[in-house]
Design a protein around this ligand. Sequence first.
Ligand code: XUL
Ligand code: CO
Length: 438
Amino acid sequence: MSEFYPTIPKIRYEGSKSKNPLAFRFYNPEEVIAGKTMRDHLKFAMSYWHTMCAEGTDMFGSGTINKKFGAVDVMEVAKNKAKASFELMDKLDIDYFCFHDRDIAPEGDTLAESNERLDEIANLIEELMKKYNKKLLWGTANLFSNKRYMNGAGTSCEADVFAFAAAQVKKALEITVRLGGEGYVFWGGREGYETLLNTDMALEQDNMAKLMRMAVDYARSIGFTGDFYIEPKPKEPMKHQYDFDVSTVIAFLRKYGLDKDFKMNVEANHATLAMHTFQHELRVASVNGMFGSVDANRGDLLLGWDTDQFPTDVYDCTFAMYEIIKAGGFTKGGLNFDAKARRASNAPEDVFYSYISGMDAFALGLKMAYKMIDDGRIEGFVKDRYSSFKTGIGAMIVSGNADMVKLEEYALAKGDVQALSGRQEYLESIVNDILFGQ
Ligand code: XUL
Ligand code: CO
């Protein structure tokens, strides 16, 4: 079979001294760190939409990257994309992929035709998964591109659109189950509003919760044992999206009794759009027992939109991996590169350079996060900082045995109290010492 990336060899680990641009310098898949291979820690996944579909269009210009893979007919293009995607995963040694229904098969004129097309491509993908030994991290339905979803999908003002969205989710779940998906994602692209003047917020949110409940019940009834995720994002395309950030989503899930059914898929660029750090969003998910999966990328702090760049900032990757390890690591989730090469990076090798840069950055992040943990100074500092809650009045507060009267008595007897230094700069220099010291 002829190759789609004939100039690209299998990418291998060559170590940090290598100057070969088509090699890993830090990602050594079989290297064992804290009892687990890097491959199993990181669970890298390819995003089908960016990698196989995004052609470099933007608001001001047409595509710059050809993603037709030598075909003309839409179904032939879809088949070539599927074959090219497995060649790419094989060459990059990526074990997982993620897709939207409409990424793998183009939408037809009717729902029935779209479903037939999906089945046809899913057959091919199933074969390719066996041939290349690849796995599906998660599937999802694209409920935002088609114009019927301009007012939302699960939160549409029209019942017919809601029904259509449900039918699309049903089919996407069936394909996900069939391909052995470890997860299913809801990202509410159009689930929000542009103006409250035309919006019944209460009904929209009730309906969204109903769609999610139906999806969970149906998926379990057809044997889905994977995790469900919500992927928070505050804005874009809608002015205000209901799944604003991790905290907002958790409140929504708890209100509707869905908190045992869903975890978070935290995306770096969505965190910064919500004015949070990636680390903050991971921590909020983790402390609420809802950490699930990650969409790895980065934004540009000078731009107010989702640039979906490949992550290369080692500090960010280190802090993210620190949170992920502390949350117990990935179980059914993984690290999906929801990222694309820049519009001007339009040569076929650019997609390989992009993945290599992201995989190497997260490999470094993993190593540095374990260095931080093994070093122990940061954790030790945090432990000491809260040590007053281990004994005396602090232990009473923590155990629920304090009340306002006892606390006033205690404070009056003390007279005054000195607060301790937070030592931020000292801690930041420790991080640099760990990253760059011997
Ligand atoms: C959009 C985004 C989506 C989701 C899946 O910003 O991140 O691609 O990851 O629908
Ligand atoms: Co995403």
